[in-house]
Each structure stands twice: as C-alpha cells, then as structure tokens.
Design a protein around this ligand. Structure first.
Ligand SMILES: [Zn+2]
Length: 551
C-alpha cells in the first residue's frame, strides 16, 4: 500500500462508520481517482499522504457512507421551493401570511401554486375556500397538502373547474363538501385532478431548475444517491434526462416509473422502451411505482377492517385500493420477469398485504429474482404479514419521521384506528424478523434530512426543530442508531442495486461520503437530530463543503 501513488484525499482522526458487513470502525480513509484505496487506523493511511493530497483532520467527527434516500421526490420538492412554499413554517399554523406574501410578490402569475400545508392546522384536516378567497379573490389558487394526497383551492379555482354541488366524486377521490353539497375547498386524491388539469404545464426550464435545487438540497443533507419515487414522462423524466446528458446529475438515481392505475398491462411495453431510451449517466429508470392506496388521515388508506368513527364506534369504510388486486397478480409477475423492481406505496394493512400477495404471485411465476421489491411507508402492517417480508425477500422502505406522536397522528389517525394503532411503523419487529430495512424521507412530504429521520427512528420522538412531542411512540419499535444508519446506507443501496459500488466504505468502492459535524454516536454530544452534515463527497469530489469541514 505505501508503495502506491499518494492519495488525492485523506480523512484522518475520525470516527468512520464503514457499514461493512462486520460493521467495523476506522479512523482514517484515503481516496484516489474517486475510489477508496484505504480504510483503517491513522497509522495505516497516513503514508498515502503526498505533497498534493488534501488532508481533512476530522478531530473525532463521524464519517459515514453517503446517505441514500430510498423514496424521495426531488423534482416536486424543487418545484415547491420555486413556488408558494408552505412546508417550512406551516406546521403550527395555516400559513395565510406566506400565501399573502407570495401572491403579492408574484402579481403576474395566472395561478397561485404551491403546497406543504399541514392537515392538523385546520379543523377536521380540511381547509376552506373562503380563507383563501380572503387573501386571493381574483386568481385561482391550488395548494397541495404536505403529503400530496389533497389540495386546498379557492372559489376561483372551483369555478374554473366547474365544480359545484352537482359534481359527482370521481371513483378515485372525494370532494370535501358542506352539508348542502357545495364544495368547501379541499379536494382529496383523484378529485385534485379536476383542478390540476387546468394548471399551466411546468416548463422544461422550470423542471430542470427544480431538479437542480432538489439535488442541491439532498446533497446538503449528505445524500449522494436516491430513488425518485414518481417518474412521469413529461416532467421528472425530462428533467433527469436533461441533467444527466449534460453531466449535471451528480447524485446516483434510480427512477421509479409511475404505474398509471387507469391503465393495465399495455403500459409495460412503454416502460421497457423508456428504460432503454432514458438510462443516461447516473440515471437508471429500473423501478416501477405502484401506488396501492392513499393515506389514513383522509380514510383513503386501504384497511383490512373498517375505520373507526373516532368515538369508539365503527364505520363501513375500509379505504380505497387504487390498483385492482386481480390485475396486480398479473402485472407484478410481468414487470418482475422483465427485470423491473416493484416499488409499492402501501399505508394501510390491506394495501401492504396486497403488495406482498403480488410479490408472492411473482415468486410463484418467476422463481427468485434480483428485482428487490420494496414496500414504502408501511404505516399499518397486520402482525401476520411481518414475517412475509423476509420470506418473500421484500425490503421494508421506512419513512421514520412519521413515527411520532404529533397532531396528525394523535388527532387524525389514532382515534380512527382503535387498537390497530399499535401496529404502526413496526421497524424493530421487521428487523427482528429478518427484513432488509431501507429508509427514505418522502421529501417534500417531510424533511429530507436523514439525520433528523434517524433521530426519529431511534427516539420515536420528534426533535425540537420538528416540534418536539414528549411521549415516545411505541417504544418497542425503536431502532439502534447503527441500524437506522444501515437503513440510510447499505439498506437503501441494496434497494437501489448500488451496493457493489456504494453504501459502505470499503477499499475499491466509490468514495461517496458524508462528514458530520460531531461524533454522531456520542450521546453526550447532544440529540442526534442536532447534528449536521459539513461535507458531502461523490466519487471523492466535494459536492457540498461547509467552512467547518476543515475547521
Ligand atoms: Zn412518496
């Protein structure tokens, strides 16, 4: 080793979580030509320092593999950064002032667009049109909520869309109404399309700018690879192809092609063609996103047993399964046989079960495959289904930030689940049952910060900057920090088929790393969620560098 050419970059004197199979620790790491050439004690790595080697003295700070987000929407997140952005400040209030400011500063926009409002900020989780009319009476307003499953619109938007008391609910959604049947200002799920189809298209330039902003935002949090959970041809796909072909895509990206639930097997051929035509540079569209259900807060999550009425009684509503399970039993084996990865969105226990059943059908039809199906969100899992993740080789794709007692959980979810509330986000049970755990943020639904997410996975309490609930949410399901870190590194790398190149810090792998401002594993150093990334490297090149990196 010492006879080799000097390294380009050496990090030394740190706490390096290699995340190799032995979960070993090192204090130093050397990089040459974008690859890791040494990992070990300082004494073994220092001889690789030459006159032109950049040396970063870590002084006890933690280095991890670059984080990988297994379910995220960077283009959408970037677009909301460009528009009326309610995510940041609206957790505690309805955000009227932000909307007002945005409308005043964008007098020429024909539509006020944006999103990120928080259901718990509104009575019953459903904001009203009059409140928007007061701020923006003259132009249509369309604002999605922070989980993207509902939209808040003003009277002008309802009028342009022709939505009245006489308008029927679409099959895949619901118009929130007053007792007289007139639309009150919230559109759920498929009902959003009634207004959304009127919006001006995002221009290619806006989409590319959004992806640039989204990528930048992820890199700032140490994220070096991700799975984009919705790729549609005219929006996300365009942006990735544009950036990838110009070499501007620095992150490694797997794209999950959106399964249109209004169509059937005919779209599979198009997926094959799009995979062939759009795989460029670091962009690989090798996954298919199957949106199985909605969310629990508006009762569109698909449940095995009906929702409660919130007062100890029951209803006859079991939510909506958006993709027909009989069709799914044909389509999932078909996409698996073509080498596509099924990426399910499943919130309710019926949606989780239907996803597992579909993979079981694929296993029966095709035998074992390397497509690595994964189920994202996994909010409610029937206990009988937990061992099936391991049995069927399905990864659990967890969004740990949601596993907390916050208003959305305590006011809008638990009262309607009854005893089933204890089946929520069973991360430790899944791990104990041998499932691969991957993790993701679902940004812009929630924060893109993996360190914040890991804080939640470990504490099951929100860190102070997210609003700080004081009661631990289902304490038996807390993970150890190293397992949460595995979720954001090796686990997600496996889901992304990137584990040969990335996900752990080992000789020969790409030098994708995150440098954290402290020893993340020292509980005396403060809350996990207080830590921040000060340097992000991809192939040994800094994509984010804080002045504190060399300090
Ligand atoms: Zn998502």
């Amino acid at each position: 080793m010492t006879a080799d050419r000097p390294a380009d970059l050496v990090l030394t004197g740190g706490r390096i979580a290699t995340m190799d199979t032995a979960r070993s620790w090192a204090s130093a790491l050397a990089v040459r030509d974008g690859r890791i050439v040494a990992v070990g004690p300082d004494a073994a790595v220092r001889p690789l320092i030459g006159p032109s080697t950049r040396v970063i003295e870590l002084r006890g700070r933690t280095v991890t593999p670059g984080f990988q987000d297994a379910h995220v929407h960077p283009v959408h997140g970037g677009l909301s950064m460009l528009r009326c952005e309610l995510h940041a400040d609206a957790q505690s209030g309805p955000g009227y002032d932000i909307i007002d400011r945005y409308a005043r500063s964008h007098p020429d926009e024909p539509w006020i667009r944006g999103g990120g409002w928080y259901m718990a900020a509104f009575e019953g989780g459903t904001p009203r049109r009059e409140d928007l009319d007061r701020i923006v009476p003259d132009r249509p307003v369309f604002l999605t909520n922070r989980d993207g499953h509902g939209a808040w619109v003003n009277s002008k938007a309802l009028e342009l869309a022709g939505i009245t008391a006489a308008t029927l609910d679409p099959a895949d959604g619901r118009i929130e109404r007053d007792p007289d049947g007139s639309p009150s200002g919230t559109l759920h799920e498929g009902a959003m399309d009634l207004v959304q189809r009127l919006l001006p298209d995002d221009t290619p330039a806006e989409l590319e700018e959004a992806l640039r902003l989204g990528q930048r935002h992820l890199h700032e949090f140490g994220v070096t690879a991700w799975q984009d959970a919705i790729i549609e041809p005219h929006t996300e796909e365009r942006a990735y192809v544009a950036l990838a072909s110009r070499g501007e895509l620095t992150g490694r990206v797997v794209g999950a092609l959106w399964w249109d639930h209004h169509r059937g097997a005919d779209q599979i051929e198009e997926f094959v063609e799009r995979r062939r035509a759009t795989a460029i540079g670091r962009y690989a569209p090798t996954s298919v996103k199957l949106m199985m259900d909605g969310v629990l807060e508006n009762f569109t999550g698909a449940m095995l047993e009906p929702y409660g009425d919130g007062h100890g009684g029951t209803t006859d509503n079991r939510g909506l399964l958006q993709i027909d399970p009989d069709g799914l039993a044909q389509w999932v084996p078909a996409i698996d046989a073509l080498g596509f990865q099924p990426h399910f969105h499943a919130i309710g226990d019926r949606a989780v079960r239907a996803s597992l059943d579909a993979v079981e059908a694929a296993r029966r039809a095709n035998g074992p495959s390397d497509t690595r199906p994964h189920i994202a969100h996994i909010q409610v899992i029937h206990p009988d289904d937990i061992p099936r993740f391991r049995q069927l080789d399905v990864a659990a794709n967890a969004q740990p930030l949601w596993a907390a007692h916050e208003d959305q959980m305590d006011l809008l979810t638990i009262p309607f689940l009854g005893e089933r509330w204890r089946w929520q986000y069973p991360f430790r049970s899944l791990k104990a049952a041998g499932a691969v755990l991957a993790m993701g943020s679902d940004w812009s639904v929630s924060s893109a910060n993996p360190i914040g997410e890991m804080h939640l996975a470990v504490e099951r309490m929100t860190p102070a900057f997210y609003g700080g609930a004081q009661e631990v949410f289902l304490p038996d399901e807390r993970l150890d920090l190293i397992d949460a870190l595995a979720g954001f590194t090796v686990g997600s790398a496996w889901v992304n088929h990137l584990e040969r190149e990335t996900g752990s810090l080992e000789v020969g792998k790409a030098a994708d790393l995150a440098v954290i401002d402290r020893d993340l594993f020292d509980r005396g150093a403060g809350a996990i969620g207080d830590a921040r990334v000060v340097g992000t490297f991809i192939d040994g090149v800094a994509v984010v560098e804080d002045p504190a990196l060399d300090g």
